[in-house]
Design a protein around this ligand. Sequence first.
Ligand SMILES: *[C@@H]1O[C@H](CO)[C@@H](O)[C@H](O)[C@H]1NC(C)=O
Ligand SMILES: *[C@@H]1O[C@H](CO)[C@@H](O)[C@H](O)[C@H]1NC(C)=O
Ligand SMILES: *[C@@H]1O[C@H](CO)[C@@H](O)[C@H](O)[C@H]1NC(C)=O
Length: 607
Amino acid sequence: MMRPAPTRYRRKSSVSTTSKAYPRPAPPRQRTVLYTIIVAFIFVCILFYASPSVPVIQDLRLFHHTPTHKPPAQKNSTSGDTKWYSDWKWLNPFSATITLEEDRSVLPPLPQRPPIYTFYDADAEKGEKTKTAENKLLLLWRRAWWAQGFKPVILGRPEAMNNPLYESFQVHKLQPQLEAEFVRWLAWGHMGTGILANWLAVPMGPHDDHLLTYLRRGEYPKLTRYEGLGPGLFSGEKNAINAVIEEALKSPKLEQSRSLLDLVEHSAVTVEHKPDAIAFYDANANAEHYKAITTMLADEKAAGLQALAKLITSHLHLTFLNTFKDGFAVLTPYSDNAHILTEHALSLADTLRSCPSSPVPSSCPPNRQDCTPCSSISPPPVKMPEYFTNSSTVYTIGTVPHPFTLASLLASKKEITTRHIRRDTARDRWLTAVTENALGKEVGGASRVVSLKEIVAGEWGCARGLWITEDPPPNHKDLEYHFGFELSPFNVTARDPDTLPGSRAERKAAARTLHLQKDLLANAKEVLKERRADDEKTRTKQMVEAWNLADTEAWRFVRAYMAREGVERNKWEEEERAFAGAEEGRAEGWGSWFDRRLRRDWIEGRE
Ligand SMILES: *[C@@H]1O[C@H](CO)[C@@H](O)[C@H](O)[C@H]1NC(C)=O
Ligand SMILES: *[C@@H]1O[C@H](CO)[C@@H](O)[C@H](O)[C@H]1NC(C)=O
Ligand SMILES: *[C@@H]1O[C@H](CO)[C@@H](O)[C@H](O)[C@H]1NC(C)=O
C-alpha cells in the first residue's frame, strides 16, 4: 500500500519539471499528497525501528502486499510450539508473508515416499531367539529405506490371502520354494504399485544414486527385476504384478517348477543392470564375502543373524563415510564466545566419524567391493569453519541459534537491552557469518536466509547436511532414522578444559569461560520458553527478533524442518503399529506382532 505511492509521485514530479525554464510549483493538492506520503513513511519507519514490541508480522505486512486470508492449518503441522506450512513458496524469504502467522514456517512440500514392501512370514516355525534376531534385521531394513526417502512396509500372509488370486493359487500343490514366492507376490499384488524387496536387501549408496532417484519417483511403467539381485528387488505396477501371477498360475509346468519367473514369458519382466546402490546379503553373497557369517548361521542361526545385523549396520555406516570422504564441517561462527552452541554437533560428528565394530573387520558391502574399509581409513577430519562451503564430499552439521541466545553469548550477559542491540550489534549476525564467504558483505538478510533455506532443505543440500537448533537438541532415534543406521549412544560433553593445550592459567580461564557460556545458554533457553505476552522476557525476545528478522526466520525454519521430520516418522510408525506392533518392546510382545487385522481393511476403514 505504501511503497508504490512515492514512486508514482516521483514520476509525476519529473514530468512537471521537464520545462526547466519555468519550474512550476506543485499544485496544492499534489503538495497535500506529498505531505501525507512523507508522514506515512516516517510513521512506518518509526513503527519498524522504534517499537520492538510490535509483532514482526505486522511489520512484514506493511512492506509486502499480502492477502489477508490466513491459509488453513494443514494436518499434523505442529510439534510443541513449532508450526509449519508445507508449500511450494517455501523459498520466500519470510514465511509470515505467506502464513500470516508470526511463528509458522513455510517448508518445502514433503516429498512423496513410494512404498517399499517386504514379506515376512511370522507363522513359520522358528525359535524365539531367531525371531528376535530377525526382528532386529527388519528394523534395520525399515530404517535404512526410510532414510533414503521410502515408506517401508512389512507384509505378511494376511495380505496375500486378501488378493483375489489367492483362491486359484490355493488349489495347487506346489514346491515349498515356489509356494513361498507366490505368497510374496500375492501380498505385493494385493498392495499394488511399488517396490518389493527382500528384507536382506538394503540401500547402500549416495542419496542421489541413479537407481534410488528413479525408484523414489514412484512410477514403474515396466515390471522390473535387477541383474545380480535375484529375488532381492522388483518394481512394478499393480496390474502388471497380478498379470504375472495369473500367467504363472496358468502354466502347465506349475507343479514341477521352483521359480515363479520360470513360468512366465521372458518379456513379462524387464531386466535392468546390476544396481550400484543395493546391497543384498543373501546366502550367495555371504558365502562369497563373509564366510564367518555363513559359519555362524550354520552353527546357530540366531547368533548368525545377530552378527549379520551388526555387519549390515557397519556397512551402512561405512557407505556414509565413503560418500563423505573429506569428513565433516561443523559450523562454528563466533567460536570464542559461542562455542557451547556447537557441542552437540561436535559430539555427533565424533560419533559419526568413528568406525563401528564389525564381525568381519575390514569387509566391504557386497555391492561395493572396492570400498575403503573402515579400519584402513584414519578417522575423517572434523573441520570447524565459520562459514558454509558447498562440497559434495563433506558432510555439514550446522547449529542455528536463536538471535537472543547468540546476542546473550556474544555480549556475555543475561540481560540484553534494546540500547545494546540497536547501538552495538549488526543485524542478522549469524547468517552473515555463515554466508559471508559465499554471498559477500553487501547482501541483505532476505537473500541470506533464502540461501540458507536452500542449503538446508533443497534437493542438493538436504542429503549433505544436518541442521539443528540449540533447543531442542535432536533426539537419538530421530538421528538414526535421518542417517539410516544405528548410532552408538553418545553424551554431549563439553571438552574437558584440562585436556586443552596451554598453561595452567589459560586452562583455568577456559574453564571459567565454558562455565559462563553454559549459564548463559541455560538462561537463554528459559527466555525462549516464555510465552506470556506481557512478560519482560517476551518483550526483550521480540525486540531482538525484530532487529534480526532473517536470523529469526532461519532459526524457526530449521526448527520446523527437524520437527516435521520427527512428526512424519511418528505418523508412519503409528500406522504401522496397527499391523506390526510397536518398535519398542517388540521382542517380548512378539506374539502380537502379526496378530493383526488385514491392512487393506484397516486402510479402508472396514473391520
Ligand atoms: C552446490 O553445488 C552443486 C553443484 O556443484 C549445485 O548443484 C548446488 O545447487 C549447490 N548447492 C548450493 C546450496 O549452493
Ligand atoms: C553417558 O552418561 C551416562 C550418565 O551420565 C553414562 O552412564 C553413560 O555411560 C555415558 N555414555 C557414554 C557413551 O559415554
Ligand atoms: C496427526 O493428526 C491426527 C489427527 O489429526 C492425530 O490423531 C495424530 O496423533 C497426529 N499424529 C502425530 C504424529 O502428530
